[in-house]
Design a protein around this ligand. Sequence first.
Ligand code: CDP
Length: 788
Amino acid sequence: MASSTVEDLLPLRHAMGRAMKRKEDPRFIRGAGRFLDDVVLPHMLYLALVHSPYPHARIKSIDKTAALAIPGVKAVITGEDLVAAKLAWLPTFHGFDQQMVLAVGKALFQHQEVAGVIATSREIALDAAELVEVDYEPLDCVVDPFESKLDKIILRDDREAKTNHIYHWEVGAREATDAALEAADVRIKERILSPRCHPAPLEPCGAVADMNKATGRLTIYMTSQAPHVHRTAFSLVTGIPEDKIHVISLDVGGGFGNKVPVYPGYVVATVASVILGVPVKWVETRTENLTTTGFARDYHMDVEIGATKEGRVTALKVTTTADHGAFDAAADPRKYPAGMFGIVTGAYDFPNAFAEVDAYFTNKAPGGIAYRCSFRVTEASFAIERGMDILAQALKMEPVALRKLNFIKKEQFPYPSPLGFVYDSGDYHLTLDKALEVIGYDELRKEQAEKRSRGELMGIGISTFAEIVGAGPGKNFDILGIKMFDSAEIRIHPTGSGIVRAGTKSQGQGHETTWAQIVAEELGLDPQELMVEEGDTDTAPYGLGTYASRSTPVAGGALALAARRIREKAKKIAAHLMEASEDDVEWKDYKFSVKGVPGKSVTMKEVAFAAYTNPAPDSEPGLEATYYYDPPNLTFPHGAYIAVVDVDRDTGYVKVRRFLAVDDCGTIINPLVVEGQIHGGLTEGFAIAFMQEIKYDESGSNLNTNFTEYLVPTSLETPHWETDRTVTPSPHHPIGAKGVGESPNVGSPAAFVNAVVDALSPLGVTNIEMPMTREKVWRAIRDAEAKA
Ligand code: CDP
């Protein structure tokens, strides 16, 4: 049975939580990092962190004495110790800000890391952490970005600018957009909140830092989505030459953007290992993961749309206030401080558009990471897909008709959007038509009309998102200055099997399967005989890692092009084997043949053997290639999602009766992997829409610090997903593929909210904020009834 709210299950969850606590199940109580469980090194020590109970407090003193007196405690490290070592601050993603490793002078958010205790066991380290005596002087805190704007309390003493304002970013034509809004027949304006949520990977973050004094090499086993970038960051921060640093990231237990940043625990474990000369292990607890590592969203978006009375949109203006927490650790590339928020015009052909974002510090955990999202694309998609429904309501127009009237047409691609991106390809009408047909839209609307006549609340919500994935190109996108290309290296062994390495790092996306498929398809080899390896900086070529659905658009391109380099060389060898001129050799049906000579052909396996045993006279032996691919553009997947809900008028209970996702991610490498990506992303989108929020109370306390307060959907709550697809290849990608991993998370929240608002619209409801808990829906119904 699938139900769509979670309140019924809370007693069960609390009971489960208590049972797990009793059993001390490390996966739930202490976090895990499964691959780190297997990293057990001689003389290894363990790190536990001390956290600030206050969201904003001056640190008057830290007394280590009691902790150091515990047998087994080897060291206690504080922020001041790191100042002395010049390691107190970390660069954040785009270099606009830096982040304290351990609090120096002030703690700026509740749970901020204040000290680290290193001991012979994790238990001793945790016990001793409680004995580190920190004398705090609590200060007034700021948890609301709109209050932060007023600069009454300045949070960051370390910055020259005495303001909480971080940056202003804008794109588009402000004056033309304002004028078009003024002149519009119909104009809507709504504040749309994309609430603070958390990627909550099932295994939290962790690291084992191993400074080997004998070899002079620092090996860091860590839960990293971007191992090479982390190696560079560690080298830049510590001054250890990059060749002396070896980062290994294996099965990290889910990432979703959460394992892209460098966190204080990694740095303190590394510093401790360098100082003590033995390996130091740090594995986060669930609470540490939820309270200190990168959150997502927290965008307050004022959306204005102007339209003619027939429903043709004339202007879009979005003014956003962004809450970045205590440090600007947002995962946005340098040239785009608000990421790819410029995709906010979505699938619609707006003649005028303007978007601006102002970001502020608050006393909350830092982040703003791209949780299953390409740098603010989820926020943008939510804004426009909600905005279009609000406009449809104002125009008293069918949301489908409004969307179809305003879609960018197939013939308009490549489409230059008014906010600066050039969409590569798409057929939005086709995808929506398919969704309407598969779900039986007209029948559903009839059923809804009947139900409404009986006073029942049924809703149908549509989201026809167009998004942007695949950062690079390097000319536009970089992290810490490193261009966002990606890489592949392929070595074919004499017997035709091989090893495929990429600069990406799968966290469950199935690269082991799909990378082998890309190479096998290009070379006519067996994908089962191609071993895929990622995540080891000593062996994989330099890449920017996996997040933001960039792996297929960028590394996928590198893999195809590296394979084609191999094919070029193989052609020479094939010509030599067949005693033909290279010009007469063609690659057809997965083998090399001599044009016009039927039956004269050699397979790639035969060529591979010859590459080592009988190479062409003018070519070097061996069969391998590397490609660093900087894509010419991003890719623009899209989809049409339809949610059908029934809302219980008395209790506010929402049942998601059906949900159909029709996705278009260009050429599909593996339908099963794509299906899995869609199911997972929809489940996360469902959780964001109905269950999850990282909430702070007025005093700055985080109210969602574990899985009994921050809810992850189980199979009990999760609806049944229906999926389908259309295929519009990307014209510039070597195999026509676009990214897909994030699409369901980007597209689905608006479909859920649009469905619930549609259900409540007969009562006059026009908006409801996520998460749409039963209480919130119940209140919306009661308030609307009271107004009526
Ligand atoms: O960067 P990330 O791996 O998270 O996202 P992605 O590039 O969207 O790929 C997710 C998974 O779906 C990978 O295994 C891809 O190869 C696969 N995929 C596919 O089979 N066909 C596509 N058109 C896109 C992705």
